[in-house]
Design a protein around this ligand. Structure first.
Ligand code: PEP
Ligand code: MN
Length: 339
């Protein structure tokens, strides 16, 4: 349920609304839009239905609308304007399409610094790199752990770029609070509800990747977990889903981008690296992503992909990244954006 407040509502009347909701065991999330202030109501269906007639009778309330979709706080009904997530001054969801780039895994300081310098030159504004890696095989490189986070923080000092890195375990939250700028929740953890609740309590922006088998409703419900725990700064990411097709690593579901934009106010970026698994498919799919409205791209780049400890086959050479960023300019302009 959402409550639309009258423009001239007094502070006292507003407090009455919130108090009444709390008396019914409900939580209020206030959103100050450009035109109006809206209160999102969260709680059980039963309590919402009980509270509704009482809320409608309160002074200062213009209307009460039930949201029939299961996702509430992430929905366009709750917030009409696009959410812009600010990551240390880099805005995701605004006119400029943001490029997040870097290696799949942080392997050592030298390679991290080299790649960071290259992607910065090419126009990336956020650096990526995994320190804790979700690998299919327990025998594969698992990431440098905390040391990887420290290297990322040094790369941020060196380049000025904020860093985006994946968190897999609630027990690591303190280290991520200290070193990371964006907490990435990977495809495999999209429905790890304890992790979603934990990053929901954080003040850091969260990059929530779509799972390889999540429907759009399930995906938006995962984002709802984060918002309902108090963190409004969620960036969505289409990274490909599993289909019958086995020539690509995943099937990049580009139609999800405009569809999610119509359903939600949250920014959404595209990951053609994991979406295709093949280096040569990344430039065309990156362009298609920008053309269909993606607010950003997350791209794997490696200075020596043949020797990469993970995802070498889908890592761009730095020169390919630089070329792609140039080629993306006219595409962005064609859809009223910049890169
Ligand atoms: C990654 O970004 O390196 C990663 C593991 O991505 P995903 O969770 O989309 O597979
Ligand atoms: Mn990867």
């Amino acid at each position: 349920m959402i409550i639309v407040l009258k423009i001239n509502i007094s502070q006292e009347q507003k407090e009455h609304v919130i108090q009444l909701l709390e008396e019914h065991g409900l939580k209020a999330v206030v959103s100050h839009g450009v035109e109006r202030t809206i209160v999102g109501v969260i709680g059980s269906e039963e309590n919402v239905l009980k509270a509704k007639p009482h809320v409608e009778a309160l002074e200062g309330v213009e209307s009460v609308v039930r949201i029939l979709k299961p996702f509430k706080l992430v929905s366009r009904e709750f917030k009409k304007e696009d959410t812009v997530v600010d990551v240390r001054g880099v805005k995701i969801g605004a006119r400029r399409v943001v490029a997040i780039a870097g290696p799949c895994s942080v392997e050592n300081k030298k390679m991290m610094f080299e790649i960071a310098d290259e992607v910065k030159k090419g126009g990336a504004t956020i650096l990526r790199g995994g320190a804790y890696k979700p690998r299919t095989s327990p025998y594969a490189f698992q990431g440098l752990g905390r040391h990887g986070l420290e290297i990322l923080a040094e790369a941020r000092e060196r380049t000025g770029m904020p860093v985006c890195t994946e968190i897999m375990d609630t027990r690591d939250i303190e280290a991520f609070e200290e070193f990371a700028d964006i907490l990435q929740v990977g495809a495999r953890n999209v429905q790890n509800f304890n992790l979603l609740k934990e990053v929901g309590k954080s003040k850091k922006p969260v990059l929530l990747k779509r799972g390889m088998m999540t429907t759009i409703t399930e995906y938006l419900m995962a984002a709802e977990y984060i918002l309902s725990n108090g963190n409004p700064n969620v960036i969505l990411c289409e990274r490909g889903i599993r289909t019958f097709e086995d020539m690509t690593r995943n099937t990049l579901d580009l139609s999800a981008i405009p569809l999610i934009k119509s359903l939600s106010h949250l920014p959404i970026i595209s990951d053609p690296s994991h979406g295709t698994g093949k280096r040569d498919l990344i430039p065309p799919m990156a362009k298609a992503s920008v053309a269909c409205g993606a607010d950003g791209l997350i791209l794997e780049v490696h200075n020596c992909p043949e020797k990469a400890l993970s995802d070498g086959a889908q890592s761009l050479y730095p020169s390919m990244f630089v070329k792609l960023m140039e080629e993306l300019k006219p595409v962005a302009h064609a859809v009223g954006r910049e890169i």
